[in-house]
Structures are given as structure tokens and as C-alpha cells.
Design a protein around this ligand. Structure first.
Ligand SMILES: Nc1ncnc2c1ncn2[C@@H]1O[C@H](COP(=O)(O)OP(=O)(O)O)[C@@H](O)[C@H]1O
Ligand SMILES: O=P(O)(O)OC[C@H]1O[C@](O)(COP(=O)(O)O)[C@@H](O)[C@@H]1O
Length: 304
């Protein structure tokens, strides 16, 4: 079973406006709300691809209810730990440009963490765990602690997190990490202007333990690096509607075809990411299938 863990889920409130005047009254042209948070998005795309998963994490209040009901309606299994306080609402402004305001989310306690650890303790080496997104304040060490717990039990895991939350887990050999360029620059502390600079930076993380790195570059596509392969995958052409969840969709696409070889995994990853970018909500299976044939996985030697 694939388990996704969203420590800090969100209701993503998408607000469309023709223009935004700071300091003035603005009226929307359209609004929508979606069950979000990185692991939840991974579960939703896996479900679109008919790959079962169970969504875990912390949820509370009316917003937490909304998320759990949405997953239920979509036939996605979930087992959230109830926390005090409302799950956050993240505002996604669409004004021609995309602007995001992500809230910090409700507090969690050591008791909540113990409940999550109890869930992880029932897993076996047949399972795969995806840890994704921010953590409530004060718990930055959680990623490292849980990665160690899974590594000690021989359970494969994927990490999509920023900065030290990600780098602290590399010693436990994550199956996949998925930084974007901005996140990789944050980790290395320098601007990565060329493909070679990005690949070199990725190899440092491989040397520290990461097994596979999908470095996503928005409309620029993605680079993939592991010990044996270096690939570039351009994004297909299309009209951007809402890129929220595009990165999570690439993670889901890659994991969904784990038994099919890396090139097929990359096709699915980019088809899922771009199909989500071209959709109002996350992509549907039909959106993904339309793009699959348009994805070309290029070995870096061909690109150079
Ligand atoms: N404007 C876009 N056009 C086409 N594909 C896109 C666009 N934005 C994102 N994608 C797709 O989604 C993937 C992940 O997007 P990215 O923005 O890099 O992730 P994140 O949301 O994690 O920052 C990209 O590799 C690409 O396949
Ligand atoms: O936990 P974080 O880092 O604040 O991110 C949460 C946000 O990320 C998302 O999961 C989208 O992530 P991506 O666009 O990177 O795929 C939203 O649904 C959510 O609002």
C-alpha cells in the first residue's frame, strides 16, 4: 500500500481576479475551494490513475472535515489524526500571475505524533510512504525522525519538503526527492543558472543518500538524476490554468509506475504535472492520458 502523509493539509481557496489593487476593495471573478496539501494531492492523482493509497496526517475543525469528506467522495481511503484547531486555508490568487499565501496551520502535540508513529509502526517493507509539505511549527525535526524510523524497518519512502527538513533525511536514503529549482537553490545556497549546475547540485544530494531526484522546473519541464541516469523531460505545450498541485502530481505520476522502469515513470510524472497545470483542479485521468504521448524523455547526452 502507498501511504501519503500530509502533516499540514490545507483547503486551497483559489481566487480569480482581473486585477488586484493592494489597499483597495477588490471583487473576484470566480472562486473555488479544493482539498489540498501535498500528500493529499498525491493521493488524489494516484486515485485518478487507479492506484490505491491511504492518506494520513493531521486534520481538524470544519476545514479538516471538508478535506476528509472530499476524499471520501472520491473513494480515497484516509485515516487522519484529529488535532485541535482548524486545518488551514491557503489562498491562491490568480490575477494573470499566480500568487500564493500559505498559512502556518494548527499546532500539533507530542501525543498527535505518537499516534502517527503508531500508524507507521504497522507498515511493512511492502509499503511505500510519501511525506510531503510543511510541518506545524516546532516540529521541523519530524521528517528526520520519521525517515529514520522507516529506514530502520526497511520501508521505502519519498520526501517532498524544503531545506533542512529534506536534507536531514538524505542519510536514510529516500527513494525519491522532488525539489523545484528554487528549493534546490535554497539547499545549495547558490543560483543554479545552467543545466550542468543543476545536475552537479543534484549529484551532491545523490552522494548524500537520495536514490532518485526529480528536479521540476515549472513550464521548463524537469531534470531527473540518479546514479545511472540523467534525463531532461520538456513540458508539453498547453494553457496554464492553475499550477497548484503540479509538483505533487509529478510525484504521484512517478510513484504510480514504480514497476515500469524509469522512462515510463518520467512520462507519467510530467504528464501528470502538466495536466494539472492545464486544469482548474488537479488533473483527471483523461487529462493525463491526452498528454502521455506528447512527453519525450531525453537523455542528457542528447540535450548537450
Ligand atoms: N506552466 C506550465 N506549463 C506546463 N507544465 C507545467 C507548468 N507548470 C508546471 N508544469 C508541470 O508541472 C511540473 C511541476 O511544476 P513545478 O512548478 O516545477 O512544481 P512545484 O509546484 O513543486 O514548484 C513541471 O515539471 C511541469 O511538468
Ligand atoms: O505544506 P506547504 O509547503 O505549505 O504547501 C501546501 C500547498 O502545496 C500544495 O500541496 C501544492 O503544492 P505544489 O504546487 O508544490 O504541488 C497546495 O495544495 C497547498 O496549499
Amino acid at each position: 500500500m502507498i501511504y501519503t502523509v500530509t502533516f499540514n493539509p490545507s483547503v486551497d481557496y483559489v481566487v480569480r481576479l482581473d486585477t488586484l489593487e493592494i489597499g483597495e476593495l477588490n471583487r473576484t471573478s470566480d472562486t473555488a475551494k479544493y482539498a489540498g496539501g501535498k500528500g493529499i494531492n498525491v493521493s488524489r492523482i494516484l486515485s485518478a490513475l487507479d492506484v490505491p493509497s491511504t492518506a494520513l496526517g493531521f486534520a481538524g475543525g470544519f476545514t479538516g472535515e471538508f478535506i476528509q469528506q472530499t476524499l471520501k467522495d472520491q473513494n480515497i481511503q484516509s485515516d487522519f489524526i484529529t488535532v485541535d484547531g482548524d486545518t488551514r486555508i491557503n489562498v491562491k490568487l490568480k490575477t494573470g500571475e499566480e500568487t500564493e499565501i500559505n498559512a502556518s496551520g494548527p499546532s500539533i502535540t507530542d501525543v498527535d505524533i505518537d499516534k502517527l508513529k503508531a500508524q507507521l509502526s504497522t507498515m511493512t517493507s511492502e509499503d511505500h510512504v510519501v511525506f510531503a509539505g510543511s510541518v506545524p511549527s516546532g516540529y521541523d525535526h519530524l521528517y528526520e525522525e520519521l525517515a529514520k524510523l522507516l529506514h530502520d524497518k526497511g520501508i521505502e519512502f519519498t520526501i517532498d519538503a524544503e531545506g533542512s527538513k529534506l536534507t536531514s533525511t538524505l542519510q536514510y536514503e529516500p527513494y525519491l526527492i522532488k525539489p523545484n529549482q528554487f528549493e534546490l537553490e535554497g539547499i545549495t545556497g547558490r543560483t543554479l543558472g545552467t543545466t550542468n549546475e543543476m545536475i552537479d547540485a543534484a549529484h551532491v544530494l545523490i552522494d548524500q543518500g537520495a536514490k532518485n531526484i526529480l528536479l521540476t522546473l515549472g513550464e521548463g519541464g524537469a531534470l531527473f538524476i540518479n546514479r545511472n541516469h540523467e534525463y531532461f523531460i520538456p513540458s508539453p505545450e498547453g494553457t496554464l490554468k492553475n499550477s497548484v498541485g503540479a509538483g505533487d502530481s509529478t510525484v504521484a505520476g512517478f510513484i504510480s509506475r514504480k514497476e515500469s522502469g524509469v522512462e515510463e515513470q518520467l512520462k507519467y510524472a510530467i504528464a501528470c504535472g502538466s495536466a494539472t497545470a492545464f486544469s482548474d483542479d488537479l488533473a483527471t485521468r483523461a487529462d493525463i492520458e491526452v498528454l502521455l504521448d506528447k512527453i519525450e524523455v531525453q537523455s542528457i547526452e542528447e540535450v548537450k
